[in-house]
Structures are given as C-alpha cells and as structure tokens.
Ligand binder design. Structure first.
Ligand SMILES: N[C@@H](CCC(=O)N[C@@H](CS)C(=O)NCC(=O)O)C(=O)O
Length: 213
C-alpha cells in the first residue's frame, strides 16, 4: 500500500530536507519522488499544475489529495495534521511561526546562497560570499543568544521552529560557516540530532525516486 505522504524533491535541496526530516521525526514513512531540476521537469505544465511555484518540495497528502507547497507552510500543515512539533500552546505556535519567518528572512538566504555559490549552482563572487558570511554571523548571534539557557527554540520540546532552522544549519559547513563559536547553537544541534527518527540529508533523501520502506 502506498504511504500516506508523497514527497517530491531533490536530494540536495534544503527545503526538501526540512520536510523529509519532519516526516522522519514524526515517524511517518513517505514515498519519495525525485524531480529532475536539471531537465527542467519543475517548469513543465504537468508539474506546475501540482506545484504552482515550479519548485521543490511538493508534498502530497494522499489521505485528502492535498498538494502542499513552501516548506515552512508544509511544516505547519504537518504539525497541525499530525499533532506533533506544533508547540504546546497558542503562544508557542505563534512563536514557532515567528521563527520560521525569521529563518527565511535572516538565516536561510545567507547559508543557502553561500552553499549554492560554492557548489556552482548559483553565480556570485567574493562580495556576495562576504555579505552572506556577515549576515549568517549576525543571525547566528541572535539564535545563540536566544538558545542560552533553553533546550529548544520554543517551549520545552522540539517544534517545527527547530526542524526548520536545523534544515538550514545542517548545511553550514558547505557554506563555510563554522558553528563552533556559537556554543548554545552547537549544543542545540546535538540535541536535535539525538531525537528519535533523526536522519541526516544523505541518509534521508536518495538521488532517485524511492517507495517508502
Ligand atoms: N521558499 C521555498 C523555496 C524552495 C526552493 O528554493 N527550492 C529550490 C530547490 S532548493 C528550487 O525548486 N529551485 C528551482 C527553481 O526555483 O526554479 C520553500 O521553502 O519551499
């Protein structure tokens, strides 16, 4: 029987990993469909009809036929529908949402861009790399300060805020960003990696389509 969830993505994609990690931590098996970005599959009408932005990830919930786009919105959907990692109270849910927006504004652009330039996926010179490094350092200072004395970003347990932000920082080394100076961030990284079901990107997302185990 097919799994409830079908994750369409690319194994090198941070946003795809965020969704895969959420499913893994929630104990939800998923069928994985590789989208061939190199061949432009994501810009073809058949794919655009399912993912209006022409991007990965795309999550299909086969229980109700929903097609979900935008990794942060997908994390919120999964937290709601699975009743996991959403935060214990309305205030925690609101704070988790704040951190998702913060990530997409302050952290993810610098790490993902720098990683993409270094891997040859995007064009960019020294000036851009320096700006990315400066912005990443500023964002990491904010996160480190926030995590001082707290195990998790919001409340007493892991939430989608942790999953979302980890899904960026897991690529820090690829962006030449050293997390070592941020002691509270590095302790939090270890805590997240110790959660049951945790998988690193290379263990979670294969380079080709794969049915759920
Ligand atoms: N804000 C989106 C970003 C998704 C995104 O940037 N996906 C990239 C791969 S990592 C993509 O599909 N790139 C191809 C394109 O934008 O044409 C999300 O979080 O889902």
């Amino acid at each position: 029987m097919p799994a409830r969830f079908e994750l369409n993505g690319v194994f090198l994609s941070g946003p795809t990993y965020k969704v895969g990690l959420m499913l893994a931590l929630a104990g939800e098996p998923f069928d994985y469909v590789h989208v061939n970005l190199m061949a432009g599959e994501h810009k073809q009408p058949a794919y655009l009809a399912r993912q209006r932005y022409g991007q990965v990830p795309l999550l299909v919930d086969r229980n109700n036929g929903r097609h979900l786009c935008q990794s942060a919105a997908i994390l919120e959907y999964l937290a709601d529908t699975l009743g996991k990692f959403g935060g214990a109270t309305l205030d925690e849910r609101l704070q988790a949402r704040e951190w998702l927006y913060w990530d997409f504004d302050r952290l993810a652009p610098s790490i993902y861009r720098s990683r993409g330039i270094r891997a040859g996926f995007f064009k960019g010179g020294e000036e851009t790399l320096e700006l990315c490094a400066t912005n990443a350092a500023l964002a990491l200072k904010t996160l480190d300060r926030h995590l001082s004395g707290s195990n998790w970003i919001v409340g007493e347990n892991a939430t989608i805020a942790d999953i979302d932000i980890y899904g960026v920082l897991v690529y820090a080394a690829d962006a030449a960003v050293d997390l070592a100076p941020y002691a509270d961030v590095t302790a939090w990284v270890k805590r997240l990696e110790a959660l049951p079901g945790f998988r690193r990107p290379t263990d979670l997302l294969p380079p080709q389509s794969r049915a759920a185990a």
